[in-house]
Design a protein. Sequence first.
Length: 469
Amino acid sequence: MKQLSLFDYKNDFNSPLADRIRPQTLEEFAGQKHLLGPGKILRTLIERDQIASMIFWGPPGVGKTTLARIIAARTNSEFIDFSAVTSGIKEIRAVMEQAEQNRLTGLRTLLFVDEIHRFNKAQQDAFLPYVEKGSIILIGATTENPSFEINSALLSRCKVFVLQALSADDLTGLLLHALTSPKGYGGRDIAASEDVLRLIANFAGGDARTALNTLEMAILNGTLDETGRITVTKETVEQCTGKRALLYDKNGEEHYNLISALHKSMRNSDPDAAVYWLARMLEAGEDPLYIARRLIRFASEDVGMADSGALSLTTAVFQACHDIGMPECSVHLTHAVVYLSLAPRSNALYTAYGAAKADALRTLADPVPLTIRNAPTSLMKELHYGEGYQYAHNYADKLTTLTCLPDSLKEKTYYHPTTEGAEAEYAKRLEWIKAWKDEHRRNEGRKGKQPGEEPSENGPHNEKQNSSS
């Protein structure tokens, strides 16, 4: 447990750069514009001094602790920094007693709990009565999903704010500020091009602390000339990070060039090229979850019904990447990339949706046919909702002659299966279904009967129609 004053910020140059230039105001804070931009919810609460207990959920190095300190300063509260790693029930109770005394004297206590997900149920429950009484304003920080890691009773009393990884632009601006700020390197002659700073920003992967620590290391290892100027080069950064700086920018053209190369290599059934482009992206610092999401898309867009197992595999790989991260998850991504490269191909789902989307946008005002509307009330039944509906499970072949498209589209077809892989069997099944419906509709036409009017040889074995959806 560490208790700090509101302005306990070290400015001596023996402190790490990340501590020296820690923002003290909302104006200095980098990123999180979705929460702290003008008129956004969290900024409004801070400016109106209407802060309640909350949870900051986000990856490391996005400013959770810093933001809590800024809130304490803006709301004139005593700030207590509390670690879930080193503190137990005894420490919690001691802090709560002090907070209760503060409340009686009119002083609010803002208790910041880092890694709150590490507290067990009993420790988390210890906060509850004090949060409910208002003795403390609890701000918990976690990198884990609070829905699973924080007790529901405590979570229900806190507002959850999701903090996002900082963009390369945010981090580049932060690094520039570090070079010019008097608390950073403003009094030193340091040459570091914007390209070098962006290289550090890309390496940091959205983590401000990593970016600042890397800059500090690069400056310590920079080239010092006779005038006292320190020059930081790309080679210096490579030496400090242990990574070769590949030509890559997560927000630039090369990002899209590489993901395009990966997609087209898999689509062209070239596993060697696909694995190469995967390695290019990962070793340049790409987020493995981004790649995993693109593989999930590929599984349905390019493989689809030809091998439905591709979707299950890629979803599992995404979860593996989420659970264990880099570098271990590189082999899981390789598993998915090779599988997708060798899987049978079908873009029938992709083209089906594209055609249906075009018609849907054109016919947004077309009503849903009365036959397939649900009728949960007597009024809806009086208006003929669900009238004539055929419940497929009441029929021997589990098929009916019901038409489900709007009248203006009743002859349209969108899904055109290929004969690749498992989709060949689905194509046969679909062909048989269409033939069955055509035959039975012709028979109904000849008999002058309405669909589902009477059971036929292959018709319903229960004439009672079920009108529920």
